[in-house]
Design a binder for this molecule. Structure first.
Ligand SMILES: [Zn+2]
Length: 346
């Protein structure tokens, strides 16, 4: 959309001037301004979406955004992203707020899906190379993955979140999380949350109990996703309660600490299912309902955004709420995963 707006402005400017050279200069100036204004518009939208942010916080954000912007430059690519220097101390976007604009991304497989007869599997699979590019760009662009605990704390008036907060979630406990995703996350200093199906541990293409312990020891968060990956809406209350509670107990026994995050299999839930999750002692739960606005009053129906096989690093950036890479950007980092890992070729 910013490109279309830019062309419209340039066209109007051209029609109002007599000198071709002067016109060209103004066009270039407008292109530069449009590049800046597009970023500014996005930025203001983010600030506006943080519905509970304070005026002081917005002022801090605005100054931190505008200070590096010099005179307009002749560049079609918005110069919005700082070079990949050491991660600065995170600035707080909001100290409190009952609703915050925080993308919660959801991945399934990080693998090469090589079965052309399985379009669903392909759509749920992000290749290791694409995933690494996404994470490396997220780091470069100043994105800050946070945990559900941090998000809940911020929504409930606790510590604020860093700039460009995003939650990285992974469903089902596939083994490529341990072999491919976690090393990429760890190299970037990122935390991810894997919602594990406790009854699937050790099955083909799923993490073993030891792998779950290993990624937890790396700092990743383990959430629950029922025992058998069931549609909770279709079960009796008693069976649903067991699926929810037993998955929590099994993972807590494995990890030795509380498991507080839950994800509804298939995204299916209703009021009674959500109540069962709360009664089981979970702190929060995520759905497959799309959106980025998360509210304290809806902490058992948080929204998520799917990252799919067709996503590029550019479409990913939009979903993650960070600036887009330049059009010619390529990931300079060497692979962080073993290409012989089973998760890579399965
Ligand atoms: Zn699932």
């Amino acid at each position: 959309m910013p490109d279309n707006e830019g062309m419209g402005s340039a066209g109007n400017t051209h029609g109002l001037t007599r000198s071709r050279s002067r016109s060209a200069a103004i066009v270039l100036l407008m292109l530069g301004l449009c590049g800046v204004s597009a970023v500014a518009t996005t930025y203001v939208a983010r600030a506006r979406d943080a519905v509970a942010s304070t005026p002081a916080t917005i002022a801090l954000d605005a100054s931190s955004f505008t200070s590096p912007v010099g005179p307009p430059v002749v560049a079609a690519v918005p110069p919005a992203v700082a070079p990949p220097t050491a991660t600065p101390a995170p600035a707080v976007t909001v100290s409190t707020g009952s609703c915050l604009n925080v993308p919660i991304l959801v991945y399934h497989y990080i693998r090469i899906a090589n079965n052309p007869k399985d379009p669903l599997g392909w759509n749920l699979s992000v290749t290791p190379r694409n995933f690494q590019s996404q994470m490396d760009w997220l780091h470069t662009a100043g994105g800050h993955p946070v945990t559900m605990e941090q998000l809940m704390g911020a929504l409930n008036g606790g510590a604020g979140l860093p700039l460009h907060p995003v939650v990285l979630t992974f469903d089902d406990g596939h083994d490529d999380f341990a072999t491919v995703a976690a090393p990429i996350l760890a190299r970037n200093g990122f935390v991810g949350i894997n919602y594990v199906v406790s009854g699937f541990l050790g099955r083909y293409a799923y993490m073993t109990a030891a792998q779950v312990q290993s990624v937890a020891a790396m700092g990743m968060v383990i959430g629950a996703h029922t025992v058998d990956h069931v549609n909770l809406n279709a079960l009796s209350s008693q069976v649903a309660k067991t699926e929810i509670g037993a998955s929590k107990a099994a993972l807590e026994h494995l990890l030795g600490h509380p498991v507080k995050d839950f994800a509804y299999p298939y995204g299916y839930f209703n009021d009674s299912v959500a109540s069962l999750v709360a009664q089981a002692g979970f702190r929060d739960s995520v759905t497959m309902n799309s959106g980025t606005l998360q509210c304290a009053s809806q902490h058992f129906v948080f929204h998520r955004t799917r990252v799919v096989g067709a996503d590029t690093v550019w479409s990913f950036a939009g979903k993650a709420g960070v600036a887009s890479p330049p059009s010619n950007w390529t990931d300079p980092q060497p692979a962080a995963y073993s290409q012989s890992a089973r998760g890579y070729t399965s």
